[in-house]
Design a binder for this molecule. Structure first.
Ligand code: TEU
Length: 544
């Protein structure tokens, strides 16, 4: 048993609603996914993080669960799920479930009971408080706009919901709640899943009365209890979604000695294009220098007391090539640049569906085209606050979550090969050009760059285990680092600029063997290296 398989693999995130429909209802499903496993095997990934497939009324696309032990009707059945786990395993791929246990759906039987009456056995499964001076207990805000407290007429109390009002927060202080969660996790572990991605896990230790949400005092006790009671006995990976993690906090989760999680998603780099003290909708240009410093800090700060996750994208984030690259004439180059830069770092890389073919954002012109609850609530709130429709739509196009959720673009046929029916969310019109079939056929495609990067990680221990050092004496817009392992040194350079940049580092020697790049170079001379717009390369140094 190799306890660390997740340190040498690459994880692929599937957003099932948008991956592959098999029955023509316009919604992706498990059977569709099974049919695409060979594609994922060809890409070379070792695990799939599956966004929620449980029963859900879909107020937040499955992140509002009404039955943790059943499958969403539109996605299929438990038999399909078991077949998916089996068929994936047959291809060397593990299925990592999304564990959404900060909250349930308000349609979960626990909540239906809980809201029945103040003395119901399940009342204390959720967080109920009396009004204060006839109003909400305090000023806690929902991440999806408005107050985090919802008044419940019949009992005269408020319940807490840090997300939508159809996502009431569970009360983790209650040992029965924790036991229910452990039982449910064991139910899935026994089915052979490869681990869990833990939704907003940093919120479960909240102390609502003190307005503490993230990183509450008992958070790590709970996670150690979880480790003991559930996955500690299995060879699985666990990754926590932790928006507020610093390297010090990340070590608390991922230091193997503490027996908590394998790793966390840290979001420090993700917030760099956000204006100070404002919301994600209020963006600014990416400060490349800060990106270099932040990612490099994370590369070195965890040392042996933790493990990094590496990602640009997920189902909550805009597409990286549109966000920080050029999704027009340099789409292929910039998509590959992000891939090369990230995949040769230390940590476990995550690819979000469609990223491997350079899928782009999908702009809308009217709120009627928007599906995501976060954007819809924000739209209402900002209209009331006096913003114009036009400025709100600009924010949604830059940062809205639907950008990442449009259907997977498989080929140039109708609906991009995603569905024979009408897709639940419109297909990005650029599918005739950007699609899997086209990328598979072109050896220079974004897909083949990702496939090669995954292979490089498998074949070269330096990628998983090498040390990391940022190269400082280069122009601000060039992100350059060295990996070193057992006498070998690899240099990775990426020009974030839309213009060329010159790098002069004579100590790296006058030539090096190109391992991978995005402009088709054969030799690299570091004493005078002109990097073209979004050019990225990795080179094995002949001497240092
Ligand atoms: O996301 C947590 C979260 O905080 C996000 O809503 C985030 O703030 C926002 O989307 C950033 O743009 C997780 C899931 O990934 C997300 O899809 C869910 O909506 C949310 O939890 C509630 O379960």
């Amino acid at each position: 048993m190799n306890a660390e398989w997740w340190k040498t693999t690459v994880v692929y995130q599937v957003y099932p609603r948008s991956f592959q429909d098999s029955d023509g209802d316009g919604i992706g499903d498990l059977r569709g996914m099974i049919g695409r496993l060979d594609y994922l095997k060809e890409l070379g990934i070792g695990a799939i993080w599956l966004s929620p497939v449980y029963k859900s009324p879909n107020d937040d696309n499955g992140y509002d669960i009404s039955d943790y032990r059943d499958i969403m009707t539109e996605f299929g059945t438990m038999d399909d799920m078991e077949e998916l786990i089996r068929e994936a395993a047959a291809r060397g791929i593990k299925i990592v479930m999304d564990l959404v246990v900060n909250h349930t759906s308000d349609e979960h039987p626990w909540f239906i009971e809980s809201r029945e009456s103040k003395d119901n056995d399940y009342r204390d499964y959720y967080i109920w408080r009396d009004p204060v001076n006839g109003e909400a207990p305090n000023s806690l805000r929902s991440i999806f706009s408005g107050s985090a407290w919802q008044y419940d007429e019949p009992s005269g109390q408020y319940y807490l919901h840090l997300f939508s009002k159809k996502q009431p927060d569970l009360n983790w202080e209650n040992p029965n709640v924790r036991q229910e969660v452990w039982d449910m996790m064991n139910f899935w572990l026994e089915k052979g899943v490869g681990g869990f991605r833990m939704d907003v896990i940093d919120l479960v230790g909240k102390v609502p009365d003190e307005e503490i949400t993230g990183n509450g005092p008992k958070l790590h006790d709970y996670l150690q209890e979880m480790h003991r009671e559930t996955f500690g006995k299995y060879d699985v990976m666990t990754v926590g979604e932790t928006w507020g993690a610093t390297p010090e906090i990340a070590k608390l989760y991922s230091d193997p000695k503490r027996k908590e999680l394998s790793m966390v998603f840290q979001f420090e780099h993700i917030g760099l294009d956000q204006q100070e003290g404002k919301e994600k909708w209020d963006w600014k240009a990416l400060p490349v220098g800060e990106l270099k410093r932040v990612l490099s800090k994370w590369q070195t700060a965890l040392g042996d007391e933790g493990w990094n996750s590496l990602f640009w994208n997920n189902h909550d984030l805009p597409r990286i090539v549109s966000r920080w690259g050029n999704d027009k004439e340099l789409r292929v180059e910039s998509a590959k640049m992000f891939a090369i830069l990230l995949h040769l770092m230390k940590g476990t890389p995550y690819i979000y569906q469609g990223e491997e073919i350079g899928m782009t954002n999908c702009p809308v012109s009217d709120i009627a085209e928007v599906s995501d609850i976060e954007s819809l609530n924000m739209y209402r709130e900002r209209l009331e606050a006096g913003y114009s429709k036009e400025e709100i739509i600009i924010s949604i196009n830059a940062k809205g979550r639907d950008n990442a959720r449009t259907p997977m673009q498989w080929d140039a046929s109708e609906n991009a090969g995603f569905s024979t029916g009408r897709p639940w969310l419109r297909v990005n019109p650029n599918y005739t050009e950007i699609n899997v079939a086209a990328d598979l056929a072109d050896p220079d495609s974004v897909f083949h760059c990702y496939r090669r990067l995954i292979e490089l990680r498998k074949l070269n221990p330096i990628v998983a285990w090498g040390d990391y050092e940022l190269v400082e004496d280069v122009p601000e817009q060039v992100f350059m680092y060295v990996r070193r392992y057992e006498g070998l040194a690899w240099v990775v350079a990426a020009n974030f600029g839309a213009s060329q940049s010159t790098v002069e580092i004579p100590r790296f020697g006058d030539s090096g063997e190109v391992i991978i790049d995005n402009y088709g170079r054969s030799v690299v001379d570091f004493s005078h290296l002109v990097l073209r717009p979004y050019e990225a390369l990795a080179v094995r140094l002949l001497r240092e």
